[in-house]
Design a protein around this ligand. Sequence first.
Ligand code: FES
Length: 170
Amino acid sequence: MSLEFSADAQKKIAAMCERYSVSGSKQPVVMAALHLAQKEHGHLSDDALRLVARTLDLPYAHVYGVATFYTMYRREPAGRTTIRMCTNISCMLRGGYDVLAAFEQKLGVKHGDSTPDGKLHLVEEECIAACANAPCAVVGTKYYLDITTDQVGRIIDELKTSPRPESEVV
Ligand code: FES
């Protein structure tokens, strides 16, 4: 059975197509539609990519290319809250890998994996545009600036009692 968008998502996509289409092409809406597909279906399976391609009248290869380029799109099921630890140059120079290792140790998983209860997913991230406060991480929708290894335990303990939602684009 092929996947579908909810009525609410269909309405949002139609409104974005109306506003952002260029010369009849719905290509400018592809990233927002991928976010909605991921939100509604948990991750971007081949069926979810086909849904986006079909909805926007775009080639599957184009949608696949976008979905596999950006790290915020998940091709596999993941934990409910994603912890994105930046290890790009500024963060790397200021201890980003130490903080990433602290997250791995506290969670008991390597980056790229989710905890066995499916609640938390750890990602090694490229620059998250907060270099002035390196090292930093994004947990769900919240930025942690100048993060230290000492903070990791408290962040995880808080998440276990109140998970943070993933960001919403639309
Ligand atoms: S390098 Fe980490 S936020 Fe830019």
